[in-house]
Design a protein around this ligand. Structure first.
Ligand code: NAD
Length: 280
C-alpha cells in the first residue's frame, strides 16, 4: 500500500516521516522542488537522530526508512495511492485547486485526508466527486512526536471512511478524537483566539512575548505559551487561519491582530524563517 502526501512543508514532511517510520511507502508531492529537497534533508536528519538517540529499542536505520519515501513535483504520481494526506498551504484557493486536480488523477477508492487548521471539510469535499471519502485529519506539530490527531467528519463522510482512517492511524501509532465539521473544529477555533489576543497584548505594550508565554506556562501550567505556539505553527499559517475563521463566521472576534500581519509582511514567519516573536 502506498500513501500520497501533498505538501512538503512543516506538516507534510512530518507526516511523510511518521508514515515511513511506521513501515509505509510514501510519495510526497510539492510544486516547489526546493521544498522537496529541504524536506528530504530534514526527514533524513530527524531519522538519523532518532536512530541514534531515540529509544532503547533498536530502530531501523535512517537510510532504510528513507528508501520508502519518493519525492516528486508531479501530482500524476498519486494515481495508485490508497490514501492522500494533503498538507498544502492554508488557503481555500490552493486546496480547492488541488482537490479538483487529484479527483481526476486518484483511484476511485482513494480516501482524501485534509490536513487543515480551519478550512471546512464539507466545502472542500464538495469540489470532489467522492464526498463520502473525504475527511479532515488535523495532525499536531511535530507530527512524529504527537500521538493524537483531531479527525473531522465532513457532512457526507461515511462510517467506512472513518474506520479506514482509524486503521491507518493505528498503523502510525496514533489515536484519534473524532469531531464534527465547523471551521477551526475544536482546537483552532479556540487556540487562534488565544494566539491572536496574545499578539494584541504585545502590540498594546501590556507585556513582552516572554511575559505573556510565562503567564500561560507558570500560572496555567501549559507546556507552551500562545506566542511560542504561533512561532512553531508559522505566523503566516496563523494569519491564513484567522482569515479563514473571520470569513467563515463573519465574527469580529477573529479579526487578525495588525502586529501579526505586519510581522508576516516583514518575512517574520516564526521558527521556519528563523525569526518570529523569538529568534531561532
Ligand atoms: P507550509 O507553508 O510549511 O507548507 C505548505 C506546502 O504546500 C509548501 O511546501 C508549498 O510549496 C506546498 N504547496 C502549495 N501548493 C501546492 C500544490 N498545489 N501542490 C503541492 N504542494 C503545494 O505549511 P504547513 O505548516 O506545513 O501547513 C500545511 C497545512 O497543515 C495547512 O493547511 C495548515 O493549516 C495545516 N496545519 C499546520 C500546522 C502547523 O503547526 N504548521 C498544524 C496542523 C495543521
Amino acid at each position: 500500500m502506498q500513501i500520497g502526501v501533498i505538501g512538503a512543508g512543516v506538516m507534510g514532511s512530518g507526516v511523510a516521516q511518521a508514515l515511513a517510520q511506521s513501515g509505509l511507502s510514501v510519495v510526497v508531492v510539492d510544486i516547489d522542488q526546493a521544498k522537496l529537497e529541504q524536506a528530504r534533508g530534514e526527514i533524513a536528519n530527524a531519522l538519523r537522530f532518532r536512530a541514534l538517540f531515540g529509544s532503547s529499542e533498536k530502530l531501523e536505520a535512517a537510510d532504510a526508512v528513507m528508501e520508502r519515501i519518493q519525492f516528486t513535483t508531479e501530482h500524476q504520481q498519486l494515481s495508485d495511492v490508497s490514501f492522500v494526506i494533503e498538507n498544502a498551504t492554508e488557503s481555500w484557493e490552493v486546496k480547492r485547486d488541488i482537490y479538483e486536480l487529484i479527483d481526476g488523477i486518484c483511484r476511485e477508492d482513494c480516501i482524501f485526508m485534509i490536513n487543515t487548521s480551519c478550512i471546512s471539510i464539507t466545502k472542500l469535499a464538495a469540489v470532489t466527486g467522492r464526498p463520502a471519502q473525504v475527511i479532515g485529519t488535523h495532525f499536531m506539530n511535530p507530527v512524529p512526536a504527537k500521538k493524537t490527531v483531531e479527525v473531522i467528519r465532513g457532512f457526507h463522510t461515511s462510517d467506512a471512511c472513518v474506520s479506514a482512517v482509524g486503521e491507518l492511524m493505528g498503523e502510525m501509532g496514533k489515536e484519534m478524537i473524532v469531531v464534527n465539521d465547523y471551521p477551526g473544529f475544536v482546537s483552532n477555533r479556540i487556540s487562534h483566539l488565544f494566539m491572536n489576543e496574545a499578539a494584541f497584548v504585545v502590540q498594546d505594550g501590556v507585556a513582552s512575548a516572554e511575559e505573556v508565554d510565562d503567564i500561560f506556562k507558570k500560572c496555567y501550567g501549559h507546556a507552551m505559551g500562545p506566542l511560542e505556539t504561533a512561532d512553531l505553527i508559522g505566523l503566516d499559517t496563523v494569519v491564513h487561519s484567522l482569515k479563514v475563521l473571520y470569513d467563515s463566521y463573519q465574527d469580529p472576534k477573529f479579526r487578525c491582530c495588525p502586529l501579526l500581519q505586519k510581522m508576516v509582511d516583514a518575512g517574520l514567519h516564526g521558527r521556519k524563517s528563523g525569526q518570529g516573536f523569538y529568534s531561532y
